[in-house]
Design a protein around this ligand. Structure first.
Ligand code: ACM
Ligand code: ZN
Length: 468
């Protein structure tokens, strides 16, 4: 019998089953708190697709807020004559409603007639407050429709951070009215998001309790931009991928660009400044960079890069926002959030400096890597299968030491090798596995238990029904 409470994804913290059953056919009458009627409407709509008339008069499903429940957390109580879904806040209630939909879907997977749900109580809350997915829309561009599809999938898996890698060497995809030439870049696919489209995506994300963290890259990963503005390179005759670290006009330009960029994301309090993979060759040869390094009494060019990034991060802070950078090997001022991506040791190196951290170590969480060796991939990529993502431990070995400094994990889909039509194929099923890495207490994760639950839910059709 699969019809027990242990079929949910992500797996709840506690499940208590009690005697008795709820006859699913007798359900009817969904209520939600004022201003959250869209939750009850979505449950009624999805119930209808399952053959359940939740709009009829019957055993009520009551959605309520409870001051005793934490944020993003919920409790579901099922008795033969009432269902209560209680949330600590709107996100918690939304997640609770999604969990109840999973129970319904499994209960009716052979049709409504005679369908029963066990009685009992489910209590759940997330392990991490930061549960991220990064999507690269700079290399291969995706339509607004595809991005909404990704966001809806994230919401169903209770992921709450959309890190949007929107600018890179191959494309500057956010509309710039100050520098409209940037939007002509289109090395892999043409396209950019207008201010209206960005608002549409951010509003859709907010409705699904997802925070957008947009990324603007510097000082490297800027080849396309610098081909249009060679005056911002060390050697305008041979513009590379990196901004010159010493020219004052670079800072003026970037401050204007950042100001315009962040204004497109008024709901985003965290801004990613990139900072990864800058090469030093041009800086090493640049008289201005070399001179500034000496004036600042720095012993190597990476320190000048670090100074530059700290200045840019300070500029972001002056706008009232929090900067994030990829781990670069240098130390960022402690209020900058650091995203570890190359090795787990980046957590350990960052720890003494007190920065908050995000865990995205590539061989555990980069979804451009193939799920199986049968998929197209670049020769240098390792295979990263579903169980690899599932068994990732975001603290690595240092849970006690790192504690709250780790905000949470983020999985990344880079798209150099992923055209738009393969985005969902790359995410599924590994994003499902990731949802437990991000949500579940480590003790609740068991690979074989997970695969059973996933198969039951897949067969029930839950993954195919619509988000809110
Ligand atoms: C990265 O993968 N370059 C952050
Ligand atoms: Zn220079």
């Amino acid at each position: 019998m699969t019809n027990d409470f242990d079929i949910l994804i992500p797996r709840p913290r506690t499940i208590e089953q009690t005697p008795g059953v709820l006859k699913v056919e007798s359900l009817g009458g969904v209520t939600a708190p004022e201003n959250f009627e869209r939750f009850s409407a979505a449950l009624i709509r999805n119930g209808k697709a399952m053959g359940i008339d939740l709009a009829q008069k019957g055993v009520p499903v009551k959605m309520v807020f409870s001051a005793d429940i934490k944020v993003e957390s919920f409790e579901i109580t099922v008795t033969p004559d009432e269902v209560t879904i209680a949330g600590g806040d709107p996100a918690g209630l939304f997640y609770g409603a999604g969990a109840f939909e999973q129970l319904l879907c499994v209960a009716v997977n052979r049709g409504i007639r005679g369908a029963e749900m066990p009685c009992g109580k489910i209590s759940d809350s997330p392990r991490f407050g930061y549960r991220g997915l990064m999507l690269d829309s700079a290399r291969h561009f995706q339509s607004v429709e595809t991005i909404k599809q990704v966001l809806a999938l994230m919401a169903r898996l209770r992921l709450n951070i959309f890190h949007w890698h929107i600018c890179d060497s191959q494309g500057f995809r956010s509309e710039s009215k100050l520098f409209p030439e940037l939007n002509t870049l289109a090395e892999m696919t043409p396209g950019f998001y207008t201010a209206e489209e960005i608002k549409e995506i951010c509003d859709f994300a907010a409705e699904h309790f997802i925070t957008v963290i947009p990324e603007i890259e510097m000082p490297g990963h800027s080849k396309g931009l610098l081909a249009l503005h060679p005056e911002l390179c060390c050697d305008p005759e041979n513009p590379g991928k990196e901004f010159c670290l010493a020219k004052p006009e670079v800072r003026t330009f970037l401050e204007k660009l950042i100001s315009e960029f962040v204004a497109l994301f008024p709901g985003s309090k965290i801004i990613h400044l990139g900072g990864d993979e800058a090469g030093t060759e041009n800086w090493d040869k640049c008289p201005l960079c070399q001179k500034l390094m000496k004036v600042k009494n720095l012993s190597n060019i990476r320190q000048l890069e670090n100074d530059f990034m700290n200045d840019m991060a300070a500029f972001v802070r002056s706008l009232g926002l929090t900067p994030v950078t990829w781990f670069t090997g240098s130390i960022m001022e402690s209020t900058t959030i650091i995203q570890a991506w190359r090795t787990i040791w980046e957590l350990k190196e960052t720890l003494p400096h007190g920065n908050r951290m995000i865990f995205s170590v590539h061989d555990q969480l980069y979804l451009d890597y193939p799920n199986t060796a049968a998929e197209p991939f670049e020769n240098w990529m390792p295979v990263l299968c579903e169980s690899g993502v599932y068994n990732t431990e975001p603290y690595a070995a240092w849970e006690k030491e790192i504690g709250d400094l780790l905000l949470g994990p983020e999985t990344c889909l880079w798209t150099e090798t992923v055209p738009e039509h393969r985005v969902i194929a790359k995410l599924m099923p590994r994003l499902v596995a990731f949802s437990e890495t991000a949500w579940c207490a480590a003790m609740r994760k068991e690979w074989f238990n997970y695969t059973r639950r996933k198969e039951v839910l897949e067969a029930s059709g839950w993954f195919d029904i619509k988000a809110l």
